[in-house]
Design a binder for this molecule. Structure first.
Ligand code: PMP
Length: 394
């Protein structure tokens, strides 16, 4: 039976990681995988996470099963973190999931349970796993224009025209902040225009919030999501705790379904718990407990926010330094977009040949679409990357 399986194409980013490891060159630079790294190339455990884990070790008395939809304290803490004062537990269904990926998968399953003819509108480009999951599920994908290759900003006219074709029963997938892979984001005014189109079409937004706190700040990064939540009756939000709590391998995420009334919320909550039960039964507990412990304790929360803010500012500094270096080397402002992008990524807009040249001649690894991980840089490697970009003719 298993011999009938077809070989799967390897994940491009994971394959790039393997290639980087095997490269014997000294001074090679990895700007591929989407993980935060400090200046020494290490992905640290955040202080508040270690403190929360110590507390858990001292106080936990059982490893018996916990909530099928997650623990209420985690659900509520996430609801407040994402939505602030707009969080209404009585009309919001919530589910603890296996990372942000699990939240996206369960959101799509939920939408398809509600509408078997589901179509999902996704930005072009988007995080490749979005499309891969939808293809695997057999959910039709409709791309909307997003990246303006000339400005490396958002092609907002294209976006508006394309999402206007969505209908009631369709889902429009939006990146809440720190768009992956481009780094180009909507302004709040543009979010308001998107809300108007969603009102007109009746389509349901699914907001992927994987980098809250990595862009302009914890509150600022949730502003687009909150604007949509204030105006659109039903909203799905798939949040990841992997990046902003640095707990990638704990697989912690959360799906929120904002409903108009308690009866619909109960229906959604029941369906979401059912989806967990059918997929893996109880969701991972440990990471969700870390997050809830931090968010509900004033001291831990303050320390987490301070460390997250330092991470965010560090990435912004790297952006500004890279843009400045490129300005000097190119004698132009055409790379200033690097400084205005937000989050961990920027799409440089290089051709595949240029990306290959940078890898072969400078041992700098970026994703094939010329996405770089800003956090993979440091003071020493910024000038090396800048020179490589110019010499490759980007
Ligand atoms: N959405 C986006 C846009 C992402 O970049 C990622 C992580 N690469 C995820 C979701 C999923 O994150 P997680 O590791 O929590 O599953």
């Amino acid at each position: 039976m298993l011999g009938n399986l077809k070989p799967q194409a390897p994940d491009k980013i994971l394959a790039l990681m393997g290639e980087f490891k095997a490269d014997p060159r000294q001074g090679k630079i990895d700007l591929g995988v989407g993980v935060y790294k400090d200046a020494t190339g290490h992905t640290p455990i955040m202080r508040a996470v270690l403190d929360a884990e110590k507390r858990m070790l001292e106080t936990e008395t059982t490893k018996s099963y916990a909530g099928l939809a997650g623990e209420p304290e985690f659900q509520q803490a996430m609801g407040k973190l994402i939505l602030g004062d707009l969080y209404k537990p009585e009309t919001t269904a919530a589910l603890a999931t296996v990372g942000g990926t699990g939240a996206i998968r369960q959101a799509l399953e939920l939408a398809r349970m509600a509408n078997p003819d589901l179509r999902v509108f996704v930005s072009n480009p988007t995080w490749p796993n979005h499309v891969s999951i939808m293809n695997f599920m057999g959910v039709p994908v409709v791309e909307y224009r997003y990246f303006d290759a000339a400005t490396r900003g958002v092609d907002f006219d294209g976006l508006k025209a394309d999402i206007s074709a969505a209908k009631k029963g369709d889902v429009v997938l939006l990146h809440g902040c720190c768009h992956n892979p481009t780094g180009a984001n909507l302004t709040l005014e543009q979010w308001a225009e998107v809300a108007t189109i969603l009102e007109q079409t009746g389509a349901t937004p699914l907001i992927d919030l994987a980098y809250q706190g990595f862009g302009d700040g914890l509150e600022e990064d949730a502003a687009g999501t909150r604007l949509i939540a204030a105006r659109i009756p039903e909203v799905l939000i798939a949040a990841s705790c992997s990046k902003n709590f640095g707990i990638y391998r704990e697989r912690t995420g959360c799906l929120l379904a904002l409903c108009t009334d308690k009866a619909t919320k109960d229906l959604a909550q029941g369906a979401m718990a059912f989806l967990n039960r059918q997929t893996y039964s109880f969701p991972p507990f440990h990471g969700a407990k870390i997050v809830a412990t931090i968010l509900t304790d004033d001291a831990l929360r303050a320390d987490w926010m301070a460390e997250l803010e330092a991470v965010r500012r560090g990435m912004l500094d790297l952006r500004q330094q890279l843009a400045a270096e490129l300005r000097t080397l190119s004698g132009s402002d055409r790379f200033d977009f690097v400084a205005s992008h937000r989050g961990m990524f920027s799409r440089l807009g290089a051709t595949p040949e240029q990306v290959a040249k940078v890898k072969e001649e400078f041992a700098i690894y970026m994703v094939g679409d010329s996405r770089i991980n800003i956090a993979g840089l440091n003071q020493a490697t910024i000038p090396v990357l800048a020179r490589a970009i110019i010499e490759a003719g980007v």
